[in-house]
Design a protein. Structure first.
Length: 281
């Protein structure tokens, strides 16, 4: 009996010695394959970009390699002009995005539930939505001046409609059977809205928020390029005028990183608030 117990212990240690490393190797291989399949193309693109000047494929004065762009980005953030401009740009985009969310979501929830209001306001909303915010920017400058108000308002104008229309669509897509079931069980209208309508519309609302965040950064660049003397978009144009090409690309890279960060934050918030809508859960 003791011999059998000792044999089982030896067999268990043998399995732990040889099976666990194999399992870890398989898991590491799976993670590596997933990383390569997702980011491999970007890595190859950056590597080709880095070696292209040494191979004579590109002119580094016009298209600097990534290491020069990263050095310019570090110098601009650590002690250069970019650090203060980041705060200014985030303030402009943040105020406009917050105002768009504060107006678009409540108005979209109201219009989505009251169909006669939605039918009455939809034509004028579609007219405003199809009008380019950049085309209206000179009008905003005439009305509000060249200060911060016109820049913030043009960003607000462009970011309002993705949030508003996504909220209306999310409310209209709520399953009527769920609403009817809640009413049958005696739920009051406020409870139906809070427990049924709003959770069902939340994933679609987050889609509109992510589109609005991207639009806010795009309009921020345009507004700062046209009529500003500060901000990351202004630094792009200023670096171009002064032929500071690495700094210009560094500012462009910074804007891309800001957009990725905003999208990541909204995705994380959506995953937390809409756990029930995640198929993995």
């Amino acid at each position: 009996m003791a011999l059998e117990t000792e044999q089982q212990a030896l067999l268990g240690s043998y399995r732990e010695t040889y099976i666990w490393p194999g399992r870890l190797a398989r898991e590491a291989g799976a993670l590596l394959r997933g990383f390569v399949s997702r980011y491999g193309l970007i890595i190859v693109f950056v590597a080709l970009w880095q070696i292209s000047p040494s191979l004579g494929w590109s002119n580094p004065a016009v298209l600097p390699p990534p290491d020069a762009i990263l050095r310019a980005l570090w110098n601009g953030i650590s002690g250069g002009p970019l650090l203060g401009d980041i705060a200014i740009s985030l303030q402009r985009a943040g105020i406009a995005f917050g105002a768009a969310v504060g107006v678009g979501i409540p108005l979209g929830l109201f219009m989505g539930q009251i169909r006669i209001v939605e039918r009455s306001l939809d034509p004028i909303l579609q007219l405003f939505r199809q009008t380019s915010a950049l085309a209206l920017y000179p009008v905003f400058i005439l009305l509000l001046g060249l200060g911060e108000a016109s820049k913030i308002f043009v960003i607000f104008w462009a970011t309002l409609f993705p949030t508003l229309l996504a909220t209306i669509g999310g409310v209209k897509q709520v399953d009527p059977k769920l609403v009817e079931m809640a009413r049958v069980y005696g739920a009051k209208p406020l409870t139906v809205f809070r427990r049924v309508v709003l959770p069902a519309a939340l994933p679609q609302i987050f889609v509109g928020l992510r589109l609005s965040a991207t639009t806010a950064l795009l309009l921020l660049i345009a507004a700062e390029m046209i009529g500003a003397n500060s901000g990351v978009g202004f630094q792009v144009m200023n670096a171009q005028y002064n032929f500071q090409i690495p700094l210009m690309f560094a500012a462009i890279l910074l804007l891309a990183l800001l957009g990725l960060s905003a999208n990541f934050i909204l995705e994380a918030l959506q995953a937390r608030l809409c756990r029930w809508a995640n198929p993995k859960d």
